[in-house]
Design a protein around this ligand. Structure first.
Ligand code: HEM
Ligand SMILES: [Cu+2]
Length: 627
């Protein structure tokens, strides 16, 4: 029985996506879910900016502002930026290394559903008695005393979705180490795959401290654990350490893949190989390593003492060295290249100065004495949005344009793309540039309003206008994405400048990716083949049977069980909800039942025979194919 014949119809399609283990479909699901949460968090940002547009505003209440602030930060980092980058990793990593899927397709699906249901759980807090309100860092001194269930939603939602992230990170590590095509040595790996590897390694080391911190928080809030309660012999600073041992690497987990994406876009449209490839690889590893040594720069004002502050200040500044190397390598790739300014390239060109600006203010804050002045002022808000929006969001937007044909076999409209870029880019600088001055003039961060006559009014007004421009840019981009489906198929290598293996595959990409495993003969293998006038990559094997995994609903069921159990845990401390314990046990029973079922039931996947492969390719690329 071959299971590649697809049923038609809406229900069948939904079922297909719920049970899929195909990395390309999961990539599309990450893209959709990430976009949804990006839109929600963007909307929350606009509400905050309306509130801050003029002094003494009463558009929203102080309490609701705290909820918006917390959910905006948490959602943007965990539920928008991470899944959007996972969308690219899922889609591109197997294609770039010449693999048919990731190492553990079942776990890939489990990772998605844990992330998604954890995110849904967190967002239900808005409708079920209040969202978390202690900031995305949820400092224990605030969160332990926050009434209601907001913080419990934060703790349980992040725990579930964090488990998904950890599982996916592991999967990428194993995939990249073990599943590379013949000839794809480590030093021939595309830079995006390299950054995906290092970023996944960071996930492996950074998420467990978060898990432990959240567990301790859960014990404190639900069972009177007193880990962080100073009145009971606990220590609130321990939460800060645990959080930032995770939290600082988290920003590198996000920025490294963004670097990787630009390291693909810049050589493609400079039509040159990446300058200093091996130094880029070592810079990536070094940044990953140093990223773990600097967490306490978030705690300079806590009172760790001058020795600790000095060590962490120097370690932080050291990161500027490998980062600077990267910036020079990108510029030297552009140097003397025959540059084509496409939309993705525009994003890359806008990224370099914006990111450098964010990096420079980062080095400023790395100086502990100056940080005493800047701490918790709008200068900080300006700094991290320059890095996050100027670095990560531009990478995601630029790559959405670059890789749209790989995802959907369609091109985005270049004119609309460039309009989006300019509106977004100008809006971004309007929003955040002036915040540096607000910070220097003393405006504190995380306040819901301010008094007039302090010289802050105009800058806040400008900042809000900029935020709306960014919103308009995003709306145009979404329209562009939707319109693309009316367009013609893009076909293979539509930019004409693809360098890596993902561009060598005919479109639409069959579910087994490569009919034959490619033979990699150097860095930028597809570029090499094109230089030699080849129409296809060189193959490492003749056409033969392919082994593929079966779809499965079990990952969804495992995640659903935890989602249900979380409600039980949440309501358990309430004396008036004795039924909550049954929900908790029932949910866990579903999860463990599904796990046991998976363990005892043999699922060996299926074989796709040579004849079937040829038949599929005939359907896809023969007459009437290439849909
Ligand atoms: C779309 C444009 C954006 C606007 C207009 C915006 C606006 C804001 C505002 C007004 C705050 C509150 C600042 C404060 O009072 O301290 C904030 C905080 C924050 N934003 Fe954004 N933001 C945007 C995009 C992003 C993105 C893309 C990310 C991450 C991927 C992000 C991450 C954060 C974080 C982590 C915080 C801190 C939350 C906290 O202090 O708990 N923002 N943003
Ligand atoms: Cu940091």
């Amino acid at each position: 029985m071959s299971s590649y014949t697809q049923k038609k119809g809406f229900g069948a399609t939904v079922w297909d996506y719920i049970t899929t283990v195909d990395h390309k479909k999961l990539a599309v699901m990450y893209l959709l879910a990430g976009t949804l949460f990006f839109a929600i968090a963007g909307f929350e940002a606009l509400l905050m900016r309306i509130q801050l547009m003029k002094p003494n505003n009463d558009f929203i209440s102080a309490g609701f502002f705290n909820e918006l602030l917390t959910m905006h930060g948490t959602t943007m980092l965990f539920l928008a930026a991470t899944p959007l980058l996972f969308a690219f990793m899922n889609m591109l990593v197997p294609l770039q290394i010449g693999a048919r899927d990731v190492a553990f397709p079942f776990l890939n699906s489990l990772g998605f559903w844990l992330f998604f249901l954890g995110a849904v759980f967190l967002h239900l807090s808005f409708f079920m008695g209040g969202a978390p309100d202690a900031g995305w860092t949820s400092y224990a001194s605030l969160s332990l005393y926050s009434p209601g269930h907001g913080i419990d939603f934060y703790v349980l939602g992040l725990q579930i979705s964090g488990a998904g992230t950890l599982i996916s990170g592991l999967n990428f590590i194993v995939t990249i180490i073990t599943m590379r095509a013949p000839g794809m040595t480590f030093m021939r790996m595309p830079l995006f795959t390299w950054t995906a590897l290092v970023s996944s390694a960071l996930i492996l080391f950074a998420f467990p401290p978060l898990t432990i911190g959240l567990l301790m928080m859960l014990f404190d809030r639900m069972f009177g654990g007193n880990f962080f309660d100073h009145l009971m012999g606990g220590n609130t600073i321990i939460w800060e350490h645990l959080f930032w041992i995770f939290g600082h690497p988290e920003v590198y987990i996000l920025i490294l893949p963004a670097f990787g994406l630009f390291s693909e876009i810049i050589p493609a449209f400079s039509r040159k190989r990446l300058f200093g490839y091996s130094s880029m690889v070592f810079a990536t590893i070094l940044i990953g390593f140093l990223g773990f040594m600097v967490w306490a720069h978030h705690m300079f004002t806590v009172g760790l003492g001058p020795t600790a502050n000095a060590i962490f200040a120097v370690a932080t500044m050291a990161i500027a060295v490998p980062t600077g190397m990267k910036v020079f390598n990108w510029i030297l790739t552009l140097w003397g290249g025959s540059i084509k300014v496409t939309t993705p390239m525009l994003y890359a060109l806008g990224f370099i100065p914006s990111f450098v600006a964010g990096g420079v203010t980062g080095v400023m804050q790395a100086s502990a004495p100056l940080d005493y002045q800047l701490h918790d002022s709008y200068f900080i808000v300006a700094h991290f949005h320059y890095v996050i929006v100027g670095g990560i969001v531009t990478a995601i937007f630029g790559s959405a344009h670059f890789y749209w044909p790989i995802f959907f076999n369609r091109m985005l409209n270049e004119t609309l793309g460039k309009i989006t870029f300019w509106i977004f880019f100008i809006g971004f600088h309007l929003t955040f540039f002036v915040q540096h001055f607000l910070g220097l003039m003393g405006m504190p961060r995380r306040v819901f309003t301010y008094m007039e006559g302090q010289g802050w009014d105009q800058f806040n007004f400008i900042s809000t206008i900029g935020a709306f421009m960014m919103g308009v840019g995003v709306i145009i981009m979404v329209i562009n994405c939707l319109l693309s489906f009316k367009g013609k198929p893009a076909g293979r290598d539509p930019w004409g400048d693809g360098r890596t293996l993902e561009w060598s595959i005919p479109q639409p990409i069959p579910f087994y990716n490569f009919r034959q495993t490619p033979l990699v003969r150097g860095l930028d293998p597809w570029w090499i083949e094109k230089q030699e006038g080849n129409k296809e990559v060189t193959f490492a094997e003749p056409v033969g049977d392919i082994h593929m995994p079966n779809n499965s609903a079990i990952p969804f069921v495992i995640s659903l069980g935890l989602f249900i159990a979380a409600f039980g845990a949440l309501y358990h401390p309430d004396a008036d909800k004795p039924w909550s314990i049954y929900i908790l046990i029932g949910g866990l029973a579903i999860t463990f039942g599904a796990m046991i079922f998976r363990s005892v039931k043999d699922d060996h996947g299926f074989h796709l025979h040579k004849e079937e492969i040829l038949e599929i390719e005939e359907q896809l690329y023969g007459k009437g194919g290439n849909k």
